[in-house]
Design a protein. Sequence first.
Length: 276
Amino acid sequence: MPQEFTRSVFSLVVDGTAMNVSAIHRDGEKAPIVFLHGFGSTKEDYADIVRYAEFAGHPFLAYDAPGCGETVCSDLTKPGIPFLLETALEMLQRVGFVRFHLVGHSLGGLTALMLAQRYPERVISFVDIEGNIAPEDCFLSRQIVDHPRESAEQFLEDFIERTRQAPAWASALYAASLRHKVRAGAVGGIFRSMVELSDNGDLMNKFLGLPLPRMFMYGAQNASLSYLKYIRERGVALAEIPDCGHFPMYSNPVQMWRAIAAFHQAHRECEASGSA
């Protein structure tokens, strides 16, 4: 069968930690798109980009974060937002993306925010899919504080059961694969880092201060987020995805992709110097 993207493994050393990072990517003549997945998800969340004509010709990169999916990390105590940010920068160097559209979901959205805040000149646009920008966004990660357990394995098992029963779109589907998509030893560091930044990292001002087009995407089930009107009034485009909670890539992927494509189209002029 013809390959519509390439699957590669990149050997990296970040902060003294060896990793084999599993990625999917393709080349193209247009502006690149970088996808950072959420906690307990994988690069395959974004493989369907090849199914949408609106993205034809755009190179893309999606990879499994340390502690997730098929990526092998030699020290599972290392993953946290700073480590994930450095991993992202190493991966961008490996694939040669200089300027790019950035799309991040949840954990990936928070990592993407830190990347865009450090190097705004490299980011053409930023689609934040329910990435953390306020303390209220820690409804998953704060469980590491609210439901502590003696072992990482027990915490993950309990987390899976709570998630399976959550009254939200796609929660049971998401829960079903969690133990296969995330290493238990990585969960604590990731979650604590997310909580610390959400509570004390001035994320809202970082997000609003980005000098580039931004869209915040959220599921209709989460339309009660307290800051939506506030960020819209400050120039952030909003995309509400119907029949959806925290996981548009599982509950309503067609609307997710259409919203991303429309946002990119609206800012096509920003791509002038965005090629790899």
